[in-house]
Design a protein around this ligand. Structure first.
Ligand code: HEC
Length: 263
């Protein structure tokens, strides 16, 4: 009896301790789970804003395309400051946020700054071609501009993130735009499926070069304005010298693909 009684408190403490251990391990895994969820949310926010900023800047080059290709005008006044201001305004119209206002201490602030700096760099580097008098079509089209911005961005963030515009493999013009295995899989098993809701992005955390990374793909579709180059008759050369793809309006034309390695 005595021995039982004397042991009772010890057992109680032991049971209490093990309960506490279970409770705290649930708590810890709960907190870890929450942390992972928050990381994915933050990554999604950053990826969304990078894709939106790329679209916002590309739209500026699209809007000024006729002007850029006007052989009668030299200086177009399409400076880096002008392009950036218009891109920022497009971004603000789409999101309600001024992209220059992001806190530089956050990943979103750092990434958007690098991307906006990349836009400035590309427009500065191409002033001579934009302003060349006597030359009509200059090849400074939205897709090329976007690729140059993404390349400049990659140099600035040194592996901190990647943005690329890719496309279904059979549509790819520039070899640098070729989709990787994961991108091909998302295009084929999701975006090209008839029941995929047009425009819906796809995101997932997967391994990239052996490390976990947040990946997001944003599908984009041909508009009527794209078809002078990407439309019909299939195989005939467009103004840029590439064979037309034979695409139709609303077909999947490309994908903005963002990779954000976990920090
Ligand atoms: C003036 C002709 C022309 C027009 C108009 C045009 N494109 Fe392109 N597109 C090109 C060329 C040339 C490239 C290759 C650019 C490069 O070297 O990176 C390209 C590249 C692309 C790419 C990147 C993948 C790849 O194939 O290299 C996508 C996606 C794309 N275009 C979609 C579109 C969409 C969508 C539109 C309409 C909103 C459009 N294009 C309008 C000529 C055009």
């Amino acid at each position: 009896m005595n021995s039982i009684n004397s042991q009772a408190p010890t057992r109680c403490i032991a049971r209490g301790l093990s309960l506490l251990l279970v409770a705290s391990s649930i708590l810890i895994s709960g907190v870890a789970g929450l942390g992972a969820a928050n990381d994915a949310t933050e990554s999604r926010t950053v990826a969304d804003s990078l894709a939106k900023m790329l679209q916002s800047a590309r739209a500026v080059i699209s809007k000024h395309q006729e002007d850029i290709n006007d052989p009668k005008r030299g200086d177009k006044g399409l400076t880096a400051a002008v392009v950036l201001a218009e891109a920022d305004a497009n971004y603000k119209a789409a999101t309600g946020i001024d992209p220059a206002s992001y806190d530089p201490a956050t990943r979103q602030g750092r990434m958007l700054k690098a991307q906006r700096d990349a836009i400035v760099e590309v427009i500065n580097d191409n002033q001579a071609i934009i302003n060349r008098e006597g030359l009509g079509f200059k090849g400074f089209i939205p897709a090329t501009f976007a690729r140059l911005v993404n390349e400049a961005f990659a140099r600035k963030v040194e592996g901190g993130a990647t943005i690329k515009v890719t496309a279904p493999p059979e549509l790819v013009r520039n070899r640098k735009a070729r989709p990787d295995e994961w991108e091909v899989d998302v295009i084929k098993t999701r975006f090209l499926k008839p029941d995929w809701k047009a425009g819906t992005p796809y995101a997932e955390t997967v391994e990239v070069k052996g490390k976990p990374a947040f990946r997001m793909m944003v599908p984009e579709y041909y508009a009527a304005s794209c078809l002078s180059c990407h439309g019909t008759p299939k195989g005939t050369l467009d103004v840029t010298g590439y064979p037309r793809e034979g695409a139709a309006e609303h077909d999947l034309g490309g994908v903005i693909s963002v990779i954000l390695p976990n920090e």
